[in-house]
Design a protein around this ligand. Structure first.
Ligand code: FAD
Length: 471
């Protein structure tokens, strides 16, 4: 191979981490190739994650609103029905357009796209089995591993993606299950449970731990669980699955037991969703051939420059430690490209917002009250219920609250937690504030347009050091 065949950067994996890294590297003038084996760009997020789940959450929300709340707003529509095939087709169209859109961005930025599975021959040589059956050698001075994560199974449970499904199967069911059991009360399980509950399934969420979404602020979590219960989702916490029986063609039977041991119960369902987390994916990369280390749970440790223990080999996104979220992977992608181009890059994992896209949504950034308490720092909490927010009241969608936690001495914001219909959008004002070490008074003294849901954050900020006005 001539020198001109050697890339400055080769990215393995075309998910939000990999495709963003590839585009940024190309924008910085580096010759870049991205290898993706799926046959479509966008990774887990665009193909079987964030995007299809948000499409179904929106469609099912529209159906549920039409059925339960349109009449309150004077909109009459009888016989509202679900056309599941059409709902799935709209989701598929959104996925197709977005993944194709990334291909267009690759062309625009002159990123070379190789469709196939890559594996290391050396720290600068990748052998690719292409999806059309060929093999090709891709060389690079710098290699970025962005191979993401995969569904984590549970011992003794075989996922067939029909009756026992992962999130991927739950995004493509062809019938609305009468009864759905979700194993795992993390955000993915709750989002998918919400979709099917809105469409009419009886949903039971079984969780080994004592709480749903363990990373959430406790006070918000309790209100959130009550809200989901009002939406008829049932929760069996501190409960473990001990056996799964699929011998009947009608129903799947799950034998459950308290996590600490005790009497067993049997629960039946048409579909069981296994949503017990995700696991880093490095299978088939031949990492051991070049000596890239992984930790106990298969993640690739990296330094602040996203460099692995092997020089010239970097890793980003779900495959390294840190919050397994698309926007974090994207920010890693930009930072690693900047480092490779000789610039500085930076991602602060303590300031990555997290959102659960149910209704209401729950969003947070920074520390929970439990974390602040444990750190020993003296703090103040300001809260404002959405019921006091005029916009939320005017649209009759006023469930939830905003909670701001600030350091007592300096008023510096330590954490913001929002449960509200649009929390996933509202949180970014708090993310900006926390990133720039703002105080709650900085937010409260920023003029907020009226009437907006954002005013609830302003009032909660005001409540940390003074009194809110509208409650
Ligand atoms: P991935 O997106 O997993 O991409 C890795 C890519 O590498 C894959 O396409 C894979 O095919 C490819 N690959 C692997 N090995 C090779 C190889 N040897 N050669 C070539 N290609 C290879 N996150 C959010 O922030 N918001 C959400 O709302 C959200 N919702 C989610 C909903 C669901 C149902 C799921 C499952 C996940 C969701 N996530 C969400 C998480 C998000 O999808 C991931 O954090 C994100 O996709 C990680 O990006 P990544 O680039 O690290 O890896």
């Amino acid at each position: 191979a001539s020198e001109s065949d050697v890339n400055d950067v080769v990215v393995i994996g075309g998910g939000p981490g990999g495709y963003v890294a590839a585009i940024k590297a190309a924008q910085l003038g580096l010759k870049t190739t991205c290898i993706e084996k799926r046959g479509a760009l966008g990774g887990t997020c665009l193909n079987v994650g964030c995007i299809p789940s948000k499409a179904l959450l929106h469609s099912s929300h529209m159906y549920h609103e039409a059925k339960t709340r349109f009449a309150n707003h004077g909109v009459k529509c009888d016989n509202v029905e679900v056309d599941l095939a059409a709902m799935m087709a709209q989701k598929d169209k959104a996925v197709f357009n977005l993944t194709k859109g990334v291909e267009v961005l690759f062309k625009k930025n002159k990123v070379i796209y190789v469709k196939g599975a890559g594996k290391f021959l050396s720290p600068s040589e990748i052998s690719v089995d292409t999806i059309d059956g060929d093999n090709t050698l891709v060389k690079g001075k710098n290699i970025i591993i962005a191979t993401g994560s995969d569904v984590k199974g549970l011992p003794g449970i075989t996922i067939d993606e029909k009756r026992i499904v992962s999130s991927t199967g739950a995004l493509a069911l062809t019938q609305i299950p009468k009864k759905l059991i979700v194993i795992g009360a993390g955000y993915i399980g709750l989002e998918m449970g919400s979709v099917w509950a809105r469409l009419g399934s009886e949903v039971t969420v079984v969780e080994f731990a004592p709480d749903i979404v363990p990373t959430m602020d406790g006070e918000i979590r309790r209100q959130f669980q009550r809200s989901l219960e009002k939406q008829k989702m049932k929760f069996m916490l501190k409960t473990k699955v001990v056996a799964v029986d699929t011998s009947s063609s009608d129903v799947v039977k799950l034998t459950l037991e308290p996590s600490a041991g005790g009497d067993q119960t049997v629960l039946e369902a048409d579909v069981v969703l296994v949503s017990a987390g995700r696991t880093p994916y490095t299978s088939g990369l031949d990492l051991d051939k070049i000596g890239v280390e992984t930790d106990k749970i298969g993640r690739i440790p990296v330094d602040r420059r996203f460099s692995t223990n092997v020089e010239g080999v970097y890793a980003i996104g779900d495959v390294i430690p840190g919050p397994m979220l698309a926007h974090r992977a994207e920010d890693d992608g930009i930072a690693v490209a900047e480092f490779i181009a000789g610039k500085e890059g930076h991602v602060d994992y303590d300031k990555v917002p997290g959102v659960v896209y149910t209704h209401p949504e729950v969003a947070s950034v920074g520390k929970t009250e439990e974390q602040v308490k444990a750190s020993g720092v003296a703090y103040r909490v300001g809260k404002f219920p959405m019921l006091g927010n005029s916009r939320a009241k005017s649209i009759d969608d006023a469930e939830g609250l905003v909670k701001v936690i600030a350091e007592k001495e300096t008023d510096k914001i330590l954490g913001v937690h929002i449960m509200a219909s649009n929390a996933g959008e509202l949180i970014h004002e708090a993310a900006l504030a926390i990133t720039y070490d703002a105080s709650s008074e900085d937010i409260a003294r920023t003029c907020h347009a009226h009437p907006t849901l954002s005013e609830a954050l302003k009032e909660a900020a005001m409540a940390t050091y003074d009194k809110p006005i509208n409650i």
